[in-house]
Design a protein around this ligand. Structure first.
Ligand code: ZN
Ligand code: ZN
Length: 327
């Protein structure tokens, strides 16, 4: 199977781009490899002891390695309230030569700056539209909730990013608190992912440019929640490959259930890279781990090379591509 199989079959709207930090790129320019839609290349989060991404030279080496392993683009899922540094991302993109998309927004309740509480969703949306332009964001994410229900501030931020999408076209991806087999005893309802889509959609977001994240951390072997999201037109994030909240074997089985249900075109795969255990330098699977770890499992489960290509290369480009300009 040729490495580019399937790449010519997908059409993008006229003028659609993927907005990387250094340039707006036509989606076809990223068809040479996997696009990882949710990783962390610069992160300094309160409560997270690991600060290895402060070593930008190290991250450049790790991103270069991912490029050699077939990754064509990486989305950094952080933003200012997660301690993400734009200057670090710019350097990583320039020196590794791997295009990087910077996302933006607000993470979840405990990381919000105090002014969120006083602002309306329209005021937050105004601010985000301004920042998105100033910082060349290519997506809004990861937009999260820290518990089972959205707090009132979190609901406001979800409404705000939906409004930003209707004004700018930027894609949105989310974070939720699914905890595998411990759910729902941890208080996170199975349908938390569905409720996120409800809030986004009712505030004007288009499901075709929404990815509901961390769905692979729900103990959902028959893909019941995942297929509901897909049938409403949203992308479904299997974005924590190697994070053992749910085993990778179960993630692969749930992905195959999605494929069986006819929802392959809504699958997104990534790894939420955040830990030094994953660094190539430390013998880990590297930034490309979503692909290198999961691909052999999916092939073994019977997935074709052609379908893998469309999931790893085409789906994330369809999710990220948007037509810039006023609406
Ligand atoms: Zn997350
Ligand atoms: Zn993340």
């Amino acid at each position: 199977m040729a490495a580019t199989a399937g790449a010519t079959n997908i059409a993008f709207p006229k003028g659609a781009v993927i907005r990387t930090i250094l340039a707006d790129m036509p989606p076809a320019a990223l068809a040479s490899g996997s696009v990882l839609f949710h990783e962390h290349l610069s992160l300094h989060l309160a409560g997270l002891e690991e600060h290895f991404t402060d070593d930008v030279a190290l991250m450049i080496e790790e991103v270069r390695a991912a490029g050699r392993e077939g990754v064509s683009c990486v989305v950094d899922a952080g933003h200012a309230d997660m301690g993400r540094r734009m200057d670090a991302l710019q350097r990583i993109a320039a020196e590794s030569k791997i295009p990087i998309v910077a996302s933006g927004g607000y993470y979840l309740q405990r990381t919000y700056p105090p002014e969120i509480a006083a602002r309306t969703s329209d005021e937050i949306a105004d601010l985000l539209v301004h920042e998105a332009k100033a910082q060349r964001w290519g997506a809004l994410g990861e937009i999260g909730q820290q518990g089972g229900e959205l707090t009132s501030d979190e609901r406001k931020v979800f409404q705000a990013v939906a409004k930003v999408q209707s004004r700018t076209g930027l894609p949105i991806f989310t974070h939720n608190a699914y905890l595998g087999a411990r759910s729902p005893s941890n208080g996170v309802p199975r349908d938390a992912a569905i409720r996120q889509l409800d809030v986004l959609e009712s505030s004007g977001a288009k499901p075709a440019h929404v990815a509901i994240g961390h769905v692979c951390c729900l103990d959902d072997p028959k893909a019941e929640i995942a297929t509901q999201l897909a049938r409403r037109g949203a992308f479904v994030g299997f974005d924590r490959v190697t994070i053992p909240i749910v085993s990778d074997a179960q993630k692969a089985a749930t992905i195959m259930a999605m494929v069986e249900a006819g929802c392959a075109d809504k699958l997104l795969i990534s790894s939420d890279f955040y830990s030094q255990r994953s660094l190539r330098k430390n013998g880990g699977a590297g930034i490309s781990q979503a692909v290198t770890v999961l691909k052999p499992m999916l092939l073994k489960a019977g997935m074709s090379e052609e379908m893998l290509h469309s999931i790893l290369v085409d789906n994330p480009r369809r999710f990220l591509a948007f037509v810039p300009g006023k609406r």
